[in-house]
Each structure stands twice: as structure tokens, then as C-alpha cells.
Design a protein around this ligand. Structure first.
Ligand code: GLP
Length: 241
């Protein structure tokens, strides 16, 4: 696990976007694993800038997002599909049919999970997976638990995640209690993983991830086992290392 510390969030975003640009320069038909949350927003903005400058071409790219809230359709402003359209897809030349976010509104979500992992495999696997991290060490929506869940599956969100994500909704009662998320196995099967963490609120989770035991109580700690995981931090997120 490689850890790089930058002065601030801007510098992290710039470095992250450059890693994506290098990935596409090396393999124009890369399969990207994408993430939501406030952390990657600036990285996506930089990627859009690079695209506008002719330095990134997404025409052959496929993308698979980590997760989606159960019960929120693509038109819901707080859904992760909506987020991806607004923050990235609408501003670059990725083909809409090549962008995938698990459905949170299908009848059989277990089936959605199985089909999602199968689709990732059929696409050749994820080349570069972007991750944020929850205050409690979650990745995607893999919450602290007594075991790791391998495949894409439905999760019950913890109180701490519901509270943390309330800022995107009108009130806490509107935050969905469940999500569908790539499993830890799905995430770990990516050839390269790039985790970003910003701000002091993430400092303890970052410490537990980098320096703690590998445990499903801190889902991101499993990244210690990945052969090609890079963690980009601002100084605040790195303050407990
Ligand atoms: C959500 C997402 C995660 C994300 C986390 C942190 O729970 N499912 O993928 O990493 O939020 O979000 P933020 O970047 O806003 O702190």
C-alpha cells in the first residue's frame, strides 16, 4: 500500500486526475470503477478540465460505480446515478451505454448484485478503482461488520453513515436505510485501487486503514492486502499517521 500526502484537497484532486489520465493514455478502453461522495468531486472536475484540454478521451471507457441507495431511481437528485451524471458523465465523451451504476429500484436486488459482478467480469475486470472512505472506515457501502462480504450485495447502513450522509438530504429521515454495494471481493479484484481521503474527520479511519490490523471492523484495512493500492491524502487526513 503506497501512501502519498499532499498539502491540500486541490493537490490531491490534481494527482488523482493525473493517475486517471495516465491510465487512459496507457489503455484507452480502460474499465474504471467510480465512486461518489464529496471527496471525488474535485477530482472529477479536474478530469473534466483535462478532457476539455484534449488530454483525456473517454470514448472507449466503461465505468462501473461502487454503489447506489436502495429505493432511489436515477431521476432522484440524491441517487448516485444522478450524482455521476451531474458531476462527470454529462461533461465528458463517455458513451451513456458504457456507464453502469447498480440499480437500487429493481425488484430483485440480489439478482442485480450477481448480474453486476458478472458484468464487471465480462468487461474484463476493473483496471482502476477509485474509492473514498467513510468516517467509520467503510468503502463503497461495506460497513464495519464481523466478516467481509465478497460480492455486490444489499447492505443495511449504520447510524453513523446515515448521519454522515444526511447532509445531502433534506432531513435524516429521508436518507435510505439500505444500499446496494460492490462487495469487498469485487473491489479487491480491481487491478489498481486509488483511495482518496480529505479532512481531519477521516484521520482516524485512515490511520486504522494504513496502520491497524486487517479487520472487517475497518473494511478499508483489507487494502493492505492489495498489490497495487495507492492512498492519496491531504495533510489533515494524514494527521494521525
Ligand atoms: C458514501 C459512499 C462512499 C464514500 C463515503 C464518504 O457513504 N458510499 O463511497 O466514500 O460516502 O463520503 P465523503 O467523500 O462525502 O466523505
Amino acid at each position: 500500500m503506497q501512501v502519498r500526502v499532499f498539502k491540500d484537497a486541490q493537490a490531491v484532486a490534481k494527482a488523482a486526475a493525473m493517475i486517471f489520465a495516465a491510465q487512459l493514455a496507457e489503455k484507452s478502453d480502460s474499465v474504471l470503477g467510480l465512486a461518489t461522495g464529496s471527496t471525488p468531486v474535485e477530482t472529477y472536475r479536474k478530469m473534466i478540465e483535462l478532457y476539455n484540454e484534449g488530454q483525456m478521451d473517454f470514448s472507449k471507457v466503461k465505468s462501473y460505480n461502487l454503489d447506489e441507495y436502495v429505493g432511489l431511481g436515477p431521476e432522484h437528485e440524491c441517487s448516485y446515478r444522478y450524482f455521476m451524471q451531474e458531476q462527470l458523465f454529462n461533461h465528458i465523451n463517455i458513451r451513456p451505454e458504457n456507464t453502469f451504476v447498480p440499480s437500487g429500484v429493481a425488484d430483485n436486488l440480489d439478482q442485480v448484485g450477481l448480474a453486476y459482478d458478472e458484468a464487471v467480469r465480462a468487461a474484463g475486470g476493473v483496471d482502476l478503482q477509485l474509492l473514498g472512505i467513510g468516517n467509520n472506515g467503510h468503502i463503497g457501502f461495506n460497513e464495519p461488520d464481523d466478516h467481509f462480504t465478497s460480492a455486490t450485495h444489499v447492505v443495511n447502513l449504520t447510524e453513523s453513515t446515515i448521519k454522515a450522509n444526511t447532509r445531502f438530504f433534506k432531513s435524516e429521515s429521508e436518507v435510505p436505510r439500505q444500499a446496494i454495494s460492490m462487495g469487498v471481493g469485487t473491489i479487491m479484484s480491481a487491478r489498481k485501487i486509488l483511495l482518496l481521503a480529505l479532512g481531519e474527520a477521516k484521520a482516524q479511519a485512515v490511520r486504522d486503514t494504513v496502520k491497524g490490523h486487517i479487520t472487517p471492523r475497518v473494511p478499508a484495512s483489507v487494502l493492505q492486502l492489495h498489490p497495487n493500492a495507492i492512498i492519496l491524502l491531504d495533510e489533515a487526513a494524514a494527521s494521525k499517521l
